[in-house]
Design a protein around this ligand. Structure first.
Ligand code: ATR
Length: 277
């Protein structure tokens, strides 16, 4: 008897996760036989739930908020991008029985920007708003694109400065507060604060976005986020949200697990057609 390969996403809450749908569409498209489910796992049950999953034959897991740091701790070994991001969104069972931890969020964002929207990151001035977990996860893949500069701006200035310092030696990166943004201009502004989800915006000076510059909110929703609206009001060439990043990070996880790269465009188009942007 052949058992079907099992995958899952753990999170808390998890009800609205699009990951099962995305991975099932990938499996269908690439004719891979697998099962992908979602499970609500509170942080205090994480360790036991993951151990049970892999003991019972699970092949790979996605972990989302608030479990990414716990997944980082759980992994036996990690990729460099996961190591530096201190968060893991993908666990993969290895042939020797060990568990590899990776973080595909950053490469998901970079692929959405560069491949889907043709926004080249090399040589441009990038501003990253926020210095929490979401920011940390994307910094290395962005620096690997060789931007002219990557500035992290945060409400708590100290956190931005410290986060930037962790990546010194990996590229031109600096941290500052929102007050330090006056008279500066950027070609791409990325919003990784959690403010957008509650309809709030960091205080951003007018003139911050360069002519023909672009905006990208790592969050997404059925309606344009507050930051996507800010981008439109400030004449962004493109003002995008993170739906494409979600699909691209999933595709990268699928590739890690299955060695097959699914086509993301039809999945992004399908999810996009189901909302009212
Ligand atoms: P996540 O894992 O989503 O990044 P987090 O680690 O709690 O969550 O970080 C949230 C980020 O959003 C932080 O950079 C936070 O700023 P502080 O470090 O100063 O707390 C930022 N943030 C949240 N609400 C904000 C608001 N109303 N204005 C500006 N920044 C905000």
């Amino acid at each position: 008897m052949t058992l079907i390969d099992r995958y899952a996403v753990f999170g808390h809450p998890i009800k609205h996760s699009k990951s099962p749908r995305i991975h099932r569409l990938f499996a269908e498209q690439t004719a891979q036989s697998l099962e992908y489910t979602a499970k609500d796992v509170p942080a205090e049950q994480f360790q036991a739930a993951v151990a049970t999953f892999f003991t019972e034959g699970g092949k790979g897991l996605n972990c989302t908020v608030p479990l990414k740091e716990l997944a980082w701790n759980y992994a036996d070994h990690k990729t460099e991008r996961a190591q530096l991001s201190k968060a893991v969104n993908t666990l993969a069972l290895q042939p020797d029985g060990s568990i590899l931890g990776d973080n595909t969020d950053g490469i998901g964002l970079v692929t959405d920007l560069t491949a889907n929207y043709r926004i080249a990151l090399s040589g441009i001035r990038i501003l990253l708003l926020g210095a929490g977990g979401a920011s940390r996860g994307i910094i290395l893949p962005i620096l690997e694109q060789s931007p002219q500069t990557l500035v992290i701006a945060n409400r708590t200035v100290d956190k931005a400065v410290k986060l930037a310092a962790e990546f010194h030696g990996k590229g031109p990166i600096a941290g500052c507060g929102f007050d330090d943004l006056n008279d500066r201009q950027f070609d791409l502004i990325l919003n990784a604060t959690s403010a957008s989800l509650s309809g709030q915006l960091p205080p951003l000076p007018s003139g911050l976005l360069a002519e023909n510059g672009n905006c990208y909110d790592l969050a997404y929703g059925n309606e344009p986020t507050a930051f996507v609206r800010w981008g439109l009001e400030n004449h962004a060439a493109k003002s995008l949200d993170g739906l494409g990043m979600l699909v691209e990070q999933a595709a990268e996880a699928f590739f890690i697990w299955r060695g097959v790269r699914p086509k993301t465009r039809p999945v992004i188009e399908m999810l996009n057609s189901e909302r009212r942007l």
